[in-house]
Every structure is written in structure tokens, then in C-alpha cells.
Design a protein around this ligand. Structure first.
Ligand SMILES: NC(=O)C1=CN([C@@H]2O[C@H](COP(=O)(O)OP(=O)(O)OC[C@H]3O[C@@H](n4cnc5c(N)ncnc54)[C@H](O)[C@@H]3O)[C@@H](O)[C@H]2O)C=CC1
Ligand SMILES: O=C(O)[C@@H]1CCC=N1
Length: 269
């Protein structure tokens, strides 16, 4: 697999993935063509050394192995037809939330190999979570290439069924935003409790970073790690009584994930 990649849409997610690929050397910058209408975002991509274009006219003469679609779900149906000439030779990987493989093959043709993927923005620093589901036309060689490319940006999970993608979107796709908001809330509470803003930010950030790393690296159950922090009748127990009393935080997170999952389903309609 030569590994020529066309990236359509280089906004938040497209650029995060691009940074992960290039940092790992999974593809060479000269082997990537970015198509992005916004000039400032094209310039940002060009700084990374890739080839850039403003419109799909640039695909004339290109023999892409993989076309990565990273535009908003609301515009994908308008964007895809211009890339029909590349199918079915190239495989298409879409990160658009809620958009089914069927919607993509209806536009590009039944014989198009399509991989649906749900990444997240920590991909930019090689710490992303990418879940994928390929249709039956994706060759083992293409799947191996996609795996190499995505592994460069973090962990890759292959789903058993496409219908699981809405749940993935609600958990790991949107999930970084929940954690960022937790950091915001912890910072605000720290300032209210008497800390300066820089110290509050540092404490909140390093606590989330350290706890996430400990949970991943120790192999311990998160519940066990929680117990190790919680002295009987101590400070943590006082805080957890607030968070866990009546399953308060659990119910809130369940409600939030369900709202995201339902929105993912709606976006596909
Ligand atoms: N932001 C995130 O954390 C995640 C986003 N996604 C998915 O990634 C996709 C992109 O989302 P974001 O990057 O957040 O949005 P964004 O708005 O930052 O990026 C989309 C980009 O597509 C460009 N674009 C619009 N029309 C185009 C066209 N005809 N040709 C080429 N590019 C075009 C826009 O100029 C923009 O830069 C969405 O489908 C979203 O569901 C998936 C997982 C996580
Ligand atoms: O908010 C969204 O719709 C996208 C999909 C997952 C994360 N961002």
C-alpha cells in the first residue's frame, strides 16, 4: 500500500488526525493532500508540510489509496459527490458523527470500500481513541494500512456492529469535552476555595492527568483506585457523599451520554 491519503476537511478533527499521522511517520507529508476551503486552515496544514488545495478540482490526476472525510455531518451529502471519480479504487474513511456507511455508498456507489471511524481530538498528541467499522469491501491490506495510520494517533478498537457507533460517539467521541468541563469545574471550585487561578488550573489539570494515567497504567479497577484515596470518615468520603449520594454523578453522566447518543442517531436522519 503506497499510502497516498486525501484529507477532506482540515478543521478541529481533521487537523488533530493529521498531526498524529505526521508525528508518528505513518505517512510522509508529501503523500497527503488536504482539501479545505478555509484559507487559514489550509495555511496551518501547509505548515505541516502537506500538499493543500481549496477545492476538489485538485483530485484530477490523483491516485489516492484512502480518502478521509472530516467535514460536518450536515454537509457531507453535498461534499461527497465530487469525490465519486476516486471510488471504488480508493477506500473512504468517514469520521462524520451519525452518518451511516449506507448513506456514503448511496452517493459514491455500492462497490466503494468504506470505513466508518469515530476518533477524538486527543489524536493530535497520539492519545486518541479511534473506533472503526469497515464494510465488507475493505481489503485486509487497506484495513492494515488504516490500522497503522490510526494507531499513530492512539488506541484503535474494531466494532462488531455499525450500530454501536452512536454509543462510541457519545462515550469517546464527545467524551474529551466532558473531561475538559470537569477540569473547568474543578478549577472554578479551587479558586472559590481560595487558590490563585494559575495554581487552581495546575492542580485541576495535573489531578486529571495523573489519575487517568494511574488508572490506565496500574491495571487496577477504577473503583479500587478510588477506595485507595478514600480514608474512612476522611475528606474524600465527604466529597464522594456529594457526588455518589443518590447516584447523582452516575445519573448525570448516564443522562449526558444518552443525550449524545440520541443526537448521533438524529444526525444520521
Ligand atoms: N471535533 C471533534 O472532537 C470530533 C469531530 N468528529 C467529526 O469530525 C467532523 C468534523 O468536525 P470538526 O473538525 O469538529 O468540525 P470543523 O468545522 O472544525 O471542521 C470541518 C472542516 O470541514 C471544512 N469543509 C467544509 N466544506 C468542505 C468541503 N466542501 N471540502 C473540504 N472541506 C470542507 C470546513 O471548512 C472545516 O474546516 C464532523 O463530522 C464530526 O462529527 C468526530 C469525532 C470527534
Ligand atoms: O459534537 C460532535 O457532534 C462531534 C462528534 C463527536 C465529537 N464531536
Amino acid at each position: 500500500m503506497a499510502g497516498t491519503v486525501i484529507l477532506v476537511g482540515c478543521g478541529n478533527m481533521g487537523f488533530a488526525m493529521l498531526k498524529g499521522w505526521l508525528a508518528s511517520g505513518a505517512v510522509q507529508p508529501a503523500d497527503v493532500l488536504v482539501i479545505e476551503p478555509k484559507e487559514a486552515l489550509r495555511a496551518r496544514a501547509a505548515e505541516a508540510g502537506v500538499r493543500i488545495a481549496a477545492t476538489p478540482d485538485a483530485i484530477a490526476g490523483e491516485t489516492a489509496d484512502l480518502v478521509v472525510i472530516a467535514v460536518k455531518p450536515q454537509v457531507i451529502r453535498d461534499v461527497l459527490p465530487a469525490y465519486r471519480p476516486l471510488a471504488p479504487k480508493a477506500a473512504f474513511l468517514s469520521v462524520a458523527a451519525g452518518i451511516a456507511i449506507r448513506t456514503i455508498t448511496d452517493i459514491l456507489g455500492e462497490s466503494t470500500p468504506v470505513i466508518r471511524c469515530m476518533p477524538n481530538t486527543p489524536a493530535a498528541i497520539g492519545k486518541g481513541m479511534m473506533a472503526v467499522y469497515p464494510n465488507a469491501l475493505v481489503s485486509p491490506e487497506m484495513m492494515a494500512f488504516v490500522n497503522t495510520l490510526l494507531s499513530a494517533s492512539g488506541e484503535v478498537a474494531v466494532l462488531e456492529d455499525e450500530s454501536q457507533m452512536d454509543a462510541v460517539t457519545a462515550v469517546s467521541g464527545s467524551g474529551p469535552a466532558y473531561v475538559f468541563h470537569f477540569i473547568e469545574c474543578l478549577t472554578a471550585a479551587a479558586i472559590k476555595a481560595g487558590l490563585s487561578e494559575p495554581t487552581a488550573k495546575l492542580l485541576a489539570m495535573q489531578t486529571v492527568y495523573g489519575a487517568a494515567n494511574l488508572a490506565k497504567e496500574s491495571g487496577e479497577e477504577p473503583g479500587r483506585l478510588r477506595e485507595q484515596v478514600t480514608s474512612p470518615n476522611g475528606t474524600t468520603a465527604a466529597a464522594l457523599a456529594v457526588l455518589m449520594g443518590d447516584n447523582r454523578l452516575a445519573n448525570l453522566i448516564d443522562e449526558a451520554v444518552d443525550a449524545a447518543r440520541r443526537r448521533s442517531i438524529e444526525l444520521g436522519k
